[in-house]
Design a protein around this ligand. Structure first.
Ligand SMILES: [Zn+2]
Length: 287
């Protein structure tokens, strides 16, 4: 699977304060590990407006100073450029069946609001692009990030053409996605802190695989967060490198097309290894 990114994402949208976990070094480390990446280009305003309110995007475009968009989401003069590049890499990934290594992440972002380090919902923009410009009808989004993908859920909650599946630590930030919140095209799988390879594998067997196969998607988009790893500083799950590889392998056979978009993952030492593990899992099934 081709890796898609852009070198500017390793310096745009700098972290404030500097110790913020969602920082440019995440991408710098990844681009060091995967130097042969294909370069994406910015998404257009129109492509992003399929998901987000025009007034919200205009406000991002007009930022001339650093601000906090919510309690833990900073933004500044280079945020809009970074967000357009991240979304553009995600839609190129959808087209080329690649893995977009991007930041800021996207799955908490709502139509008119940033949230939880996320500014533009990259995977949602990619899903809408696949429908509008690639002629694909049914999209399954599987979100492995340790946090519930509340933004993606909200965007597609009333849209039966998109199946949203999220496995996440619960109870945990952002507090949504708990028991009893699934419907015909939303599958929330809350897992207790400490869940690891065996628990995720069981959830795949019992819930994820039957749901995605039954949906018969034209494209499977993976919201590829790696903060459920045992060494991630932000959460309390216990997935290993082998666990991520196995989940990727199992995802690779769930639809005729597959693409992935980076979400969280905040241990700079392990993040490149985990992306590599996912690529190994996809490759094991010929992706
Ligand atoms: Zn996360």
């Amino acid at each position: 699977m081709e890796v898609i990114s852009h070198p500017a994402l390793a310096h745009l949208h700098p972290a404030r304060p500097h110790v913020h976990p969602e920082r440019p070094e995440r991408l710098a480390r990844l681009l060091e590990r995967f130097p042969g990446f294909r370069e994406g280009s910015p998404a257009t305003r129109e492509q992003i407006e399929r998901v987000h309110e025009p007034s919200y995007l205009a406000a991002l475009d007009a930022l001339h100073e650093e601000v906090w968009l919510d309690g833990d989401t900073f933004a500044g003069p280079t945020t809009w450029e970074a967000a357009r590049l991240a979304a553009g890499c995600a839609l190129l990934a959808a087209r080329e069946q690649g893995f977009a290594l991007v930041r800021p992440p996207g799955h908490h972002a709502l139509p008119a609001a940033a949230m939880g380090f996320c500014v533009v919902n990259n995977v949602a923009v990619a899903a809408r692009y696949a429908q509008a410009e690639l002629g694909l009808e049914r999209i399954a989004i599987v979100d492995l990030d340790v946090h519930h993908g509340n933004g993606t859920e909200a965007i597609f909650r009333d849209d039966p053409s998109v199946l949203f599946v999220s496995l996440h630590q619960w109870p945990f930030y952002p507090g949504t996605g708990g028991p009893g919140t699934s419907d015909e095209h939303t599958l929330n799988i809350p897992l207790p802190a400490g869940s690891g390879d065996a628990e995720y594998a069981a959830a795949f067997t019992e819930e994820v695989e039957p749901a995605v196969r039954g949906f018969e998607p034209d494209l499977v988009l993976v919201s590829a967060g790696f903060d459920a790893h045992e060494a991630d500083p932000l959460a309390g799950m216990a997935l290993t490198r082998d666990g991520f590889r196995e989940l990727a392998r199992r995802l690779a056979v769930l639809g005729p097309r597959l693409a992935a978009v980076l979400e969280g993952g905040y241990n700079l030492e392990t993040l490149p290894d985990l992306v590599e593990a996912a690529l190994e899992g996809f490759a094991a099934e010929g992706r």
